[in-house]
Design a protein around this ligand. Structure first.
Ligand SMILES: [Zn+2]
Length: 286
């Protein structure tokens, strides 16, 4: 098999972006009150522009899990995403962890986000991702809400051990979590009888690029499964305002290697095949 045939035969992975601004991340929730969000300098518009350019250059389509809060204030961002052929999906409205909400508030939030996104884009929204992968054994009812709100798939579980999230014994690959609802966990690699993060986020910036590419290749070639990878717009933005007063650990996680993210993503997009989540997992997106 020559090199081009090998690329053609390679598994197509799912690429996703969680569309939120730097002041909305869960780790900063105690430092930036929600009622000040409207007065924070906005970086998401420019950062989405950079991402759309990056994806256009690589000829890759992706899925954008977008906050309703962002969509309402920056409808142009939503239209630019959809016009470029990407999939629009939901990250909820207010970026509250599912694990910190009551049933009624959670379903209202994800219904509102879906309605806002569909109204602006004119397209059906099929996918949902919970903020901070906040669905686990303590709140399985959240999947019933996601179903009831009309979503067809979720990507809300990260099967690792982490201090803020993670369900280490959850299935590692896509599974029907409720009738008609597919859960697509963020990708892990199985090494020494444990799951290690391989699906992006902070780990993609903290670890050398070779670790990420080895892990995804192993998932494709050994598990014979697509990878589900994610990143955030603020991860490509080394010049974002610094949030004062946060712990050293949160600072490290949020700010490390921001200036290298874009170049790393360009490598990642070139080294593997990528597409929208609906096309990778939902029979061609229908
Ligand atoms: Zn988020």
């Amino acid at each position: 098999m020559n090199e081009l045939d090998a690329i053609d035969a390679a598994i197509v992975n799912a690429l996703s972006i969680d569309v939120e601004d730097y002041f909305q991340v869960s780790a900063f929730a105690n430092h930036i009150p929600r009622d000040s969000w409207d007065t924070q300098p906005c970086r998401v518009e420019a950062n989405i522009d950079r991402i759309l350019t990056l994806l256009r250059d690589a000829n890759v389509r992706a899925t954008f899990f977008t906050l309703g809060w962002i969509a309402e204030r920056y409808p142009g961002v939503v239209r630019a995403i959809v016009d470029a052929g990407h999939e629009l999906a939901s990250h909820g409205y207010e970026h509250r962890r599912a694990s910190e909400q009551l049933h009624g508030n959670f379903i209202a939030d994800i219904r509102l986000a879906k309605a806002v996104l569909e109204d602006i884009s004119g397209q059906a929204v099929k996918g949902y991702r919970a903020p901070s992968f906040s669905i686990g054994p303590a709140n399985p009812w959240a999947f019933d809400c996601i179903c009831a709100a009309g979503y067809r798939y979720s990507s809300s579980i990260y099967p690792i051990r982490h201090d803020h999230y993670g369900v280490p014994d959850a299935p590692r690959f896509a599974f029907e979590v409720r009738k008609g609802l597919l859960e697509v966990p963020v990708t892990t690699v199985r090494v020494m009888r444990a799951n290690w993060p391989a699906g992006g986020g902070g780990y993609f910036r903290l670890l050398p690029y070779g670790v990420s590419s080895w892990s995804i290749r192993r998932v494709n070639e050994v598990d014979r499964q697509p990878a589900m990878f994610y990143f955030h717009p603020w991860e490509l933005d080394p010049d974002q305002p610094r949030v004062p007063g946060v712990s050293a650990k949160s600072r490290l996680r949020h700010y490390l290697n921001l200036k290298h993210t874009e170049a790393r993503l360009r490598r990642l997009l070139a080294d593997f095949r990528w597409d929208r989540v609906d096309r990778v997992y939902m029979n061609g997106g229908h």
